[in-house]
Design a protein around this ligand. Sequence first.
Ligand SMILES: NC(=O)c1ccc[n+]([C@@H]2O[C@H](COP(=O)([O-])OP(=O)(O)OC[C@H]3O[C@@H](n4cnc5c(N)ncnc54)[C@H](O)[C@@H]3O)[C@@H](O)[C@H]2O)c1
Length: 272
Amino acid sequence: MTPTNTPAEHETSLRRFIGQTAIITGSAKGIGRACALRFAQEGANVACLDVDEQANLATVEACRRYGAQALALRCDVTRMQDVQGAVDATMQQWGRIDVLVTAAGIYTGGLLSEVTLEQWQRVLAVNLTGVFVCNKLIAPLMAGCCGGSIINISSMSGKTSWPGTHEYSASKSGVIGLTHSVAMEMAPYSVTVNAVCPGNTRTELVMQAARQNAPRDGITPEEWLARRANDCPMKRLAEPWEIAGLCAFLASEDARYITGQAIEIDGGMVLS
Ligand SMILES: NC(=O)c1ccc[n+]([C@@H]2O[C@H](COP(=O)([O-])OP(=O)(O)OC[C@H]3O[C@@H](n4cnc5c(N)ncnc54)[C@H](O)[C@@H]3O)[C@@H](O)[C@H]2O)c1
């Protein structure tokens, strides 16, 4: 697809989350799946929330192969009752939630003249309202128990922008604003709240962006991806496990004093 000098899979010998519970949204694929596997490897119980039930079951099976306990929970993050049901099931199973990673997300794009109101509302619903609902329902449980870590997946598009990414950029900037506010409210309760802002990462979502945007530039999706890799100072896309590694760090003891940050993990893209 594009040049890379990193392996597609990554294993760690760290075991920082034994006895803890992590909830991951968007766990069926991409960055969410990589996060579920990372927390499973590191000893956490993992609740996997996604609308894609079949792919989510595969994630859960992969988590169990690391010896972790894992639950597959069908959940549309735009529906408060779905998220509440998943939170209840997780609490019933393990009695605590220590980590939340909100990775469920979608991408659409188009020039201002092309973006429909429905498209705008759908992207905001999944990428921003979905994050709000998860934070709203889970942060108080962490605050009332042992503290915890919330990691909201934003994007480099939340920090900067390009033509044709209106609704996506708006949703991702919104995640950063929400993260700041929840972080301030939760700080006295030892709940850290940070946003992670990935650059182009090798997942289905970025493939969809390639398919959507390539025709506008008169090139193939593969060429579009190669250009995105070339735009990046590190000359490659990110791998999902690299994003998961940052999420695990933010949930670890080493990051207990980091809150309210929106951390770029983009090979230098935003800076460039
Ligand atoms: N891939 C990138 O280049 C990139 C860059 C920056 C930020 N991100 C963000 O990272 C997150 C994960 O993206 P990815 O690249 O892994 O995408 P992906 O398409 O590989 O995975 C997204 C997952 O979210 C799930 N999902 C979609 N709508 C949902 C809903 N309403 N409720 C529950 N689950 C839902 C999908 O079923 C899928 O499993 C997204 O928020 C995305 O915006 C991705």
